[in-house]
Design a protein around this ligand. Structure first.
Ligand SMILES: [Zn+2]
Length: 439
């Protein structure tokens, strides 16, 4: 049933934008007004009560007090009993990954058992899942062997073929020989890889150029790969690209006015990521004080992705089990340090590594559990992420001129951030995608 409703909404939106194009003016699109009982706008430190959000076409025309006049005949969406927020932004997803559960073949099954059509169908499911949970924008940080599929899913969303959020795509990602799966097979076999592998600054730059040519909005780089616990009990991660290789990639990407996201756990690889001029550190499990200071100086973004390090631990008496526990332990310390140093933290789940059936808002609980105030956590998934994506004022905020990306929950997420796992209303680019609240 909902499918039919959203189809009608899409058709209305198409009709509205067509009439907009004909008249060449904003005024042609119909006005919709959302009555917000409580508004968390993505920027302000405190919520506002009883606000009106005027939406015309894809954009927010204005936000006013609840007493403002609504023109007669205007469609009003009554969310007066709800808390209204900007559409959420997940800065670390993999729409082409379908979990890594060892019982289901682990990571390798994604590449070895699923053909490209099945993978595209799963990515389509993932895109819809994100939108219905209120995530209206994703930075999708690589396709795990599915080539440039993310750019094509984005195209299908933008042309209205399938529902889905705004996508920032990283395409294939870059690592080195010995620096990415699939591995552990007979050396005679030429196995497919989940990332584009390069050796040397020339190959690194060429890979970046290829990915940018084919539509990458971001470049994703793996600066560390395997990890284990050494004899002293320290977490160690294997570094991949050299500083020279990373610098070639960063230089190329920045020339295209694009940014580079660096997967880095700790140690040498994390240091190379910072020395090479990385724009965002992904995971950053164990960041030293000196590295925190370097991130502050360089304005590096930090996308911690805490949730995935708490599921599926191996047995405590195995090397993998020791590693799993060490990862979570050092990660908590790094996150708290980053919080104290006011690093620019953005919300990321790494979903795809976890099954897409899991709630994407679970990371809020982790962030708040480790000491982040709920409003700060919400801003990490709204205005702060928008700034990282060079969309400040356009997404992640409910304000004049922004895209009408509006969600609502029934309760108060500042009291219980878990409320965000139950998003009841979703408007994406001015069109209602889901509404389980309005009377
Ligand atoms: Zn990831």
């Amino acid at each position: 049933m909902r499918k039919q409703v959203s189809f009608v909404v899409v058709m209305l939106a198409v009709a509205a934008s067509a009439s907009l194009a004909q008249s060449g003016g904003q005024s042609a699109a119909a006005l919709t007004v959302i009555r917000a009982g409580t508004l968390i706008d993505g920027v302000s430190e405190t919520p506002k009560k009883n606000q009106l959000i005027f939406v015309r076409g894809e954009h927010i025309e204005k936000v006013t007090e609840g007493s403002a006049t609504i023109p007669p005949g205007t469609k009003v969406i009554d969310l007066s009993g709800a808390t209204v927020l900007p559409g959420l932004i997940d800065s670390h997803t993999h729409i082409f990954l379908w979990g890594e559960d060892p019982a289901k073949g682990g990571y390798d099954a994604n590449i070895l058992k699923a053909g490209i059509a099945l993978r595209a169908a799963r990515a389509t499911f993932a895109a819809r899942r994100a939108l219905e949970q209120g995530f209206t924008t994703l930075r999708d940080v690589e396709t795990e062997g599915a080539g440039y599929g993310d750019v094509e899913i984005k195209q299908a969303i933008e042309e209205g073929t399938i529902p889905g959020p705004r996508l920032f795509c990283a395409t294939r990602a870059i690592s080195t020989t010995g620096g990415y799966n699939l591995e552990g097979y007979a050396p005679e076999l030429e196995m497919p890889k989940g990332a584009q592998l390069v050796d040397g600054p020339v190959e690194a730059r060429k890979a970046a150029r290829q990915q940018l040519e084919h539509g990458a909005d971001w470049i994703k780089v793996y600066m560390t790969h395997r990890s284990w616990v050494d004899k002293q009990g320290n977490l160690v991660s294997q570094p991949t690209l050299t500083v020279e290789e990373l610098k070639a990639i960063v230089d190329e990407a920045h020339g295209w006015q694009k940014k580079v996201a660096c997967h880095a756990y700790n140690g040498i690889g994390l240091q190379r990521a910072l020395d090479g001029g990385c724009d965002s550190i992904e995971h950053g499990l164990e960041i030293t004080d000196a590295q925190i200071a370097q991130m502050q100086r360089q304005g590096t973004w930090y996308c911690p992705t805490i949730s995935p390090y708490y599921g599926d631990w191996a047995r405590a008496d195995t090397p993998e089990g020791k590693r799993d526990r060490a990862r979570a332990a050092v990660h908590e310390i790094s996150f708290k340090k980053a919080l104290q140093a006011h690093l620019k933290i953005v919300y990321g789940t790494d979903i795809g590594g976890m099954p897409w059936t899991e709630p994407m808002a679970q990371e809020f609980r982790q962030m708040v559990r480790l000491g982040m105030p709920p409003m700060d956590a919400i801003q990490s998934a709204t205005s702060r992420a928008a700034e990282m994506l060079d969309m400040k004022g356009e997404i992640g905020v409910i304000a004049t001129g922004a895209y009408a990306e509006v969600i609502a929950v029934a309760g108060d997420p500042l009291k219980d951030v878990g409320e965000l796992e139950h998003v009841r209303f979703v408007m994406h680019n001015g069109s209602v995608f889901k509404n389980d609240l309005a009377k």
